[in-house]
Design a protein around this ligand. Structure first.
Ligand code: SF4
Length: 356
């Protein structure tokens, strides 16, 4: 068992089962998640009998940096090796007050980490490089947290500030690794650790309706984003296989989103990647407005970064402008997300570590 999969409760059960008092669990938690030691031997304030007991059946999964690339826009992509030997990517995205600041004159105003929650992904969205890999492995909560911790350190060195935002938009479908993702959100919010507000953490899903309801029922302190990409069933099913099932089609998604917004009093964000000639005409815009009327929401329009061989292209600026006008006329709040880190394949849909 990996210690980086355990919550504090799980650690309490573990230390108790090894014949040690419950308060040892808090110490263990600190060693694993705050000090982030590389081995059980380093847990110096724990009795040798407890360390031996832990070492007998447990490991500490840590990330090893394999490669780092920096984009001309200052986005940094890191490739990490997991304890299993497999590889995941995480991206550090700085925003600046001005172009002068971007090229060294000033600190970042905002620093976002895009984390991976799985190696590969089973969802097989046809525009996504990760989807081509298939599913390989779920990350532990500690492995997800560590991406943020390591990039927080890098952010302070390179851009003069700690991480401000975390988005689960790297490799994988976070809600298919529900327990570990939710645990990692709790760890990021831990005031003795990174102390991030849940308002600064966004879980992004293809729209797994039952798990969206569960997020609401469990009171998870994070924002919810939904990868919509097409606002009607036939089109969405053609690029996102998840939409072909009645439990996860747009009708099921509508019910889940309405439930989520009612229960949490939060808005949802729809991610909408613009594909030339596929989802960017007036009718698409009107259908998107209809989706946005389901519940309080906003839209992030993403300019697609073509992945060679996948057959999708980026919408032109003129088509984008017309689309925005139509959606805004429908009363929808909309933000355009320009591509970041394209030249190092770090942008949305481009992450695909070579896992052989
Ligand atoms: S877009 Fe997200 S859910 Fe779809 S295949 Fe890629 S990583 Fe998986």
């Amino acid at each position: 068992m990996e210690l980086t999969r355990l919550s504090l409760d799980g650690m309490q059960q573990l230390t108790t089962s090894l014949g040690h008092p419950a308060y040892r669990a808090r110490q263990l938690y600190r060693w694993v998640y705050h000090s982030r030691v590389a081995s059980i031997d380093e847990m110096s304030n724990m009795p040798a009998s407890l360390r031996d007991g832990l070492a007998a059946g447990h490991t500490l999964a840590r990330l090893t940096l394999r490669e780092r690339q920096r984009s001309t826009d200052q986005t940094i992509k890191s490739l990490y090796q997991l304890a299993s030997g497999r590889l995941v990517e995480a991206v550090l995205i700085p925003d600046f007050a001005s172009e002068d600041d971007r090229y060294g004159a000033g600190p970042a105003t905002r620093l976002t980490v895009c984390v991976s929650s799985q190696v590969g992904c089973a969802m097989a969205c046809s525009f996504c490089a990760t989807g081509r890999m298939g599913f390989h492995e779920n990350l532990s909560a500690g492995e997800i947290l560590e991406q943020v911790v390591l990039l927080n350190e890098l952010g302070q060195e390179e851009f003069g500030r700690p991480v401000t935002n975390v988005v689960f938009m790297g490799m994988g479908e976070p809600l298919l690794n529900y327990d570990q993702v939710v645990r990692s959100v709790d760890l990021m919010r831990d005031p003795d650790g990174l102390g991030l507000s849940g308002k600064r953490i966004t879980i992004s899903t293809v729209g797994l309706a039952r798990r969206i309801r569960k997020l609401a029922d469990d009171g998870i302190e994070a924002n919810l984003a939904i990868s919509l990409h097409a606002p009607e069933d036939a089109k969405r099913s053609s690029i996102m296989p998840v939409n072909r099932h009645e439990k996860t089609d747009l009708s099921a998604l509508k019910d889940a989103v309405q439930y989520y917004c009612r229960q949490t009093s939060r808005k949802v964000t729809y991610e909408y990647c613009m594909f030339q000639g596929f989802n960017d005409d007036r009718e698409d815009a009107r259908n998107l407005v209809n989706v946005c009327r389901w519940a309080p929401s906003k839209v992030n329009l993403i300019m697609y970064n073509p992945v060679p061989g996948l057959g999708f292209n980026r919408t032109s600026e003129a088509t984008l402008d017309a689309f925005i006008r139509e959606v805004v006329a429908g009363g929808v709040r909309i933000t355009v997300r320009r591509s970041r880190g394209q030249d190092i394949a770090a942008a949305c849909g481009q992450l695909a570590a070579d896992n052989g």
